[in-house]
Write a protein that binds this ligand. Structure first.
Ligand SMILES: [Zn+2]
Length: 482
């Protein structure tokens, strides 16, 4: 994510979090015994993320979402049904989905299931007719209808709409406004997204456009994401969009530009989005193979105040000038955030610090700016910025996950590390982190361990100073500043 100057779009309130903590404590699943038949449990209402305890759920793993929604521009109502294909990881009497819209019907494997609301409306607790056995696969179908614009969670009203245009994008929470899910980056799944709109309107989502069915008055656009994706990275936009497709150097791309923008803005946006695939190829030189099979971008006319790294297709607000740095940031997130996801939201530096550092890399390689000079002048210029330095970016707190310090101090940390361990080891480390780790999600501590291993140096003091100490790192050799 890249926020425009001004208040961050999502600022959860401490009061909401305390209430959420209390609720989830009452619902934590009892661990199964090690041997013999076990009593089925009620799956937890959260995966245990320290920042947002109700995010995600316990007891199952989603393999695929099949979303079929209909958007009414007139009533601003979303009506739909989603099939969630999942595998139970515990013996479950009940389980929870994260979802805010009113629900009319839930079925598990075709059999109607009981359902009720909990967790201040964020949890949809489903009790199937028969318990689900650990290791078995099931399909949960949910029918719903409501106005996403009226819903809020964790202090945020994330839904973005205006007359004739809507875009479902947001971080850290977006899914609960438009489909029921296991809403945490640790449970990635495949996605099929179908959205029906009035005939003549366009719908754009992640991945590939796989079909378009035109009726008398409506049209259904079908999209498919072929690589596993975190729920907050799933998006759709509907409205009047000019869609352009092509392939660059073997990489297919699809771009979309809102026709509600002025003709000059549309031309500027179209021209700049054509640089998506070349920027991806440029990033590959540092980060290794692009992790997905398609790229592109979308420019909305809604004043979002931020851009977001939706998987395979970042979404940008109206461009007023050159947006190459913004595009580098969101496209770098395809590696840092989308392919390598945070295990807990407190690991946000792995997303924002790294995407911001690739902007520094662009300024270095394309514009000839010396990154160490940039580090030292930024360190110097921010000498009196006590609020900035007070943010421990390795665990910034839920109200500051998108604080500017996570971005700027985050990028400074990486440049200081590069100066400390040398160009060659640093660039190998960046590439290894982007592409060769064992799992789909990671923690700050795992990055520290890899950096320590690859450099052969004790970096504990370095990382303490840059990631954990709420003050400006001293100008020392050990901190990468001399
Ligand atoms: Zn970002």
């Amino acid at each position: 994510m890249t926020a425009s100057p001004g208040p961050a779009p999502h600022r959860p309130r401490a009061r909401t979090l305390l209430a959420a903590t209390a609720l989830v404590l009452g619902a934590v699943a009892v661990p199964a015994a090690t041997a013999g038949p076990t009593q089925p449990v009620d799956g937890a209402a959260g995966v245990g993320d320290p920042y947002w305890p109700l995010d995600g759920n316990g007891g199952y793993d989603v393999t695929r979402y099949r979303i079929e929604n209909r958007w009414s521009f007139d009533t601003r109502t979303l009506r739909g049904r989603t099939a969630v294909d999942l595998v139970a990881t515990d013996d479950l009497t009940s389980f929870s989905l994260d979802f805010l819209l009113p629900v009319s019907q839930v079925a598990v494997d075709g059999v109607p299931a009981r359902f009720q609301r909990a967790g201040r409306g964020h949890e949809l607790r489903v009790t199937p007719a028969e318990p689900l056995a650990a290791g078995t696969a099931h399909t949960v179908r949910v029918r719903y209808a409501g106005r996403p614009g009226r819903q809020s969670y964790a202090g945020a009203k994330a839904w973005l709409q205006k007359p004739g245009e809507v875009v479902a994008m947001g971080e850290p929470h977006m899914a609960p406004w438009w489909f029921p899910s296991n809403d945490h980056p640790t449970d990635k799944a495949l996605f099929e997204v179908a959205v029906t709109v009035p005939r003549g309107k366009e719908v754009v989502s992640n991945g590939r456009l796989v079909g378009r069915t035109t009726g008398k008055r409506s049209v259904t656009w079908r999209w498919r994401a072929d690589e596993p994706m975190a729920t907050y990275l799933a998006f759709f936009a509907a409205g009047d969009f000019a869609i352009e497709r092509g392939a660059d150097d073997g990489l297919p791309w699809l771009n979309a530009v809102s026709q509600q923008l002025s003709p000059a803005s549309q031309r500027r946006a179209t021209r700049q989005l054509r640089r998506s695939a070349p920027i991806v190829r440029w990033l590959e030189k540092d980060l290794g193979p692009y992790p997905f099979s398609v790229t592109g971008g979308l420019v909305t006319s809604i004043s979002t105040g931020f851009a977001l790294e939706n998987q395979t297709r970042p979404t940008y607000p109206e461009p007023y000038g050159d947006m190459s740095l913004l595009m580098v940031h969101e496209l770098a997130h395809q590696w840092f955030g989308d392919a390598v996801s945070v295990r807990r939201w407190r690991d946000i530096w792995l997303n924002e610090g790294f995407a911001s550092y690739m902007e520094w890399r662009w300024m270095e390689k394309r514009w000839g700016l010396d990154p160490q000079e940039q580090l030292l002048s930024t360190w110097q210029n921010l000498r009196g910025a006590t609020t900035f330095w007070s943010v421990p970016i390795g665990d910034p707190g839920p109200g500051r996950v998108f604080d500017w310090a996570v971005y700027e101090r985050g990028a400074m940390t990486l440049q200081a590390l590069r100066h400390r361990i040398g160009d060659e080891v640093f660039l190998d480390l960046l590439r290894a982190w982007a592409g060769e780790r064992p799992g789909p999600d990671a923690t700050v501590e795992e990055f520290e361990a890899l950096a320590t291993q690859m450099s052969g140096e004790d970096l504990s003091g370095f990382f303490d100073a840059w990631l954990r100490t709420p003050e400006r790192p001293a100008r020392t050799v050990a901190n990468g500043l001399v």
